[in-house]
Design a binder for this molecule. Structure first.
Ligand SMILES: [Zn+2]
Length: 98
C-alpha cells in the first residue's frame, strides 16, 4: 500500500504507523461516567468500507495524517495533515458516527 504524505510524497506504508480511528472525541477528563469511558477506550467502528484513520509518518517527517482508507480494498481516497482537522480527540463525538 502506498501512502502519499503531503510533505514527502508517495511512500510505502511500512514507513507509517497506524495511530487511531479518526474523529473520536475524548470524554471530559473530569467525567466519571464509566460507560462513556468504556466506549471511548474499547469501542471501534471497524467498518467494511471507508474508514477515517490517523496515521503517523514515523519513518519520514513524523507528521500525523488523516487518511480515508477503504478497509476492503486498501484504496486511499484522501490524505491530509491531521493538524488541519483539529486535535485528534477534539473532532467529533462517536454519537455522530452512528
Ligand atoms: Zn512525511
Amino acid at each position: 500500500m502506498i501512502i502519499t504524505c503531503p510533505y514527502c510524497g508517495p511512500r510505502d506504508s511500512s514507513e507509517f504507523v497506524y495511530r487511531e480511528e479518526g474523529g473520536r472525541t475524548r470524554p471530559d477528563p473530569a467525567s466519571t461516567d464509566q460507560a462513556e469511558w468504556n466506549a471511548y477506550v474499547y469501542d471501534r467502528l471497524n467498518p467494511a468500507g471507508d474508514h477515517d484513520e490517523i496515521w503517523q509518518h514515523a519513518g519520514g517527517c513524523r507528521s500525523h495524517l488523516r487518511i480515508m482508507r477503504n478497509t476492503l480494498t486498501h484504496g486511499i481516497s484522501s490524505v491530509a495533515l491531521a493538524r488541519d482537522h483539529g486535535r485528534p480527540h477534539e473532532r467529533r463525538s462517536r454519537e455522530t458516527q452512528a
